[in-house]
Design a protein around this ligand. Structure first.
Ligand SMILES: Cc1ncc(COP(=O)(O)O)c(C=O)c1O
Length: 355
């Protein structure tokens, strides 16, 4: 297999941080009870309560999809409506797992910029939803993706504004934090400020996509939002018997701020790419680069030439490249990408001028 080292396809293509692998070896001694009754899972509850400066219930899960779908199922009735951005991962990429786990829950898309939900759009959607009418899905929850699927980051004020509207109408606030660490690194605030203090009731806490191995978690801040999560998870086969290994990964992830260091590295690579390509005529960055992803409009010939140079990325349209930086994206990767873009954009411009 040809191994390209210039890979901007997805965080999923990257390695796990060595600290998490070491944690697995450390956890692999002696005996422990199964299904989350082990000492590592107990320690994880305490550790994340410290990280979030609040009592929390933590449920380690295998995937971000499971975290989102079960967190929302537990927040809704089967006839509930979940408001989200059209670009939200629950809407575009999870095979409607929210509805499956929720027993019929409906996703309702709200217009917003760069993958965000706005408080105003939520307020008008709830006002016209038909609350109390048996023929209508009933407003139940709102989903915020932090950082968004287009690489932007909600400010604390934006989260708080959406949460105020949601709570005033009895809705739950769910945050899809597959890239929560990247957002936090950008915001420079505490985990508490970026979550429950701004009104988040339940968080899908991403680990795998930021140097994790095989675990994410549902973190519950509102105690009454947690009551059915354990049942949903067990019924879906989403409770590991050897839970200690999942919990050990997440404990290592937050130890000594590893998660924030990894996220800062990924964000810094994206910022460096943006800074180098922004001045190039013929290159347009389509969304604010506030976390670890860039969406770049370039001529189709430039995209093809980048691919010929061995640079891996996903096309999201005939002119649109999605570039994703990981914790282990190197300066050389950044230089290779930005160098190739400059070269091929200049060549395309010269060819156009000569024609
Ligand atoms: C924002 C967001 N949420 C959830 C997920 C789902 O995570 P998983 O692939 O672990 O199911 C992804 C995956 O890319 C994502 O980008």
């Amino acid at each position: 297999m040809t191994k390209s080292t210039i890979d901007f396809r997805s965080v999923n293509c990257g390695r796990a941080a060595p600290e998490l692998l070491e944690a697995l070896t450390t956890a692999n001694t002696g005996t422990e009870l199964g299904y989350g009754a082990d000492t590592f899972t107990a320690a994880l509850q305490t550790r994340l309560a410290e990280v979030f400066e609040a009592p929390v219930r933590v449920f380690p899960v295998p995937t971000g999809t499971a975290a989102n779908a079960v967190a929302l199922a537990a927040s809704c009735t089967p006839f509930g409506a979940v408001y989200c951005s059209p670009d939200a991962h629950i809407n575009t990429s999870e095979c409607n797992a929210t509805s499956f786990f929720g027993g019929g829950t409906k996703l309702v898309q709200l217009a917003g910029t760069f993958g965000k939900v706005s408080a105003d759009a939520l307020e008008s959607a709830i006002a016209t939803a038909g609350t109390g009418l048996a023929h209508k899905s009933q407003p139940a929850a709102v989903n915020l993706v932090q950082a968004t699927d287009l690489g932007a980051v909600y400010s604390i004020d934006e989260i708080a504004a959406v949460s105020r509207v949601a709570h005033a109408q009895g809705l739950r606030v769910h945050m899809d934090g597959a890239r929560f660490a990247n957002a936090l690194a950008r915001l420079g605030c505490t985990p508490a400020e970026a979550s429950w203090r701004a009104g988040v009731d339940v968080l899908s806490f991403g680990v795998t996509k930021n140097g994790g191995l095989l675990a994410d978690a549902i973190v519950v801040f509102a105690p009454d939002a947690a009551t059915s999560i354990g049942f949903h998870l067990c019924r879906a086969g989403l409770v590991w018997s050897k839970m200690r290994f999942a919990s050990a990964q997440i404990i290592a992830y937050v130890a000594d701020d590893l998660w924030l260091r990894l996220a800062r590295q990924a964000n810094a690579a994206a910022t460096a790419i943006a800074a180098r390509i922004e001045p190039i005529a013929g290159v347009t960055i389509l969304a604010p680069v506030q976390a670890n992803e860039l969406f770049i409009d370039m001529a189709p010939a430039v995209l093809s030439n980048l691919e010929k140079d061995g640079i891996l990325f996903y096309r999201r349209g005939p002119r649109l490249a999605r570039i994703v930086c990981r914790w282990d994206t190197s300066d050389a990767d950044v230089a290779a990408l930005t160098g190739s873009i400059s070269l091929h954009v200049a060549a395309a411009a010269a060819a156009a001028a000569a024609a």
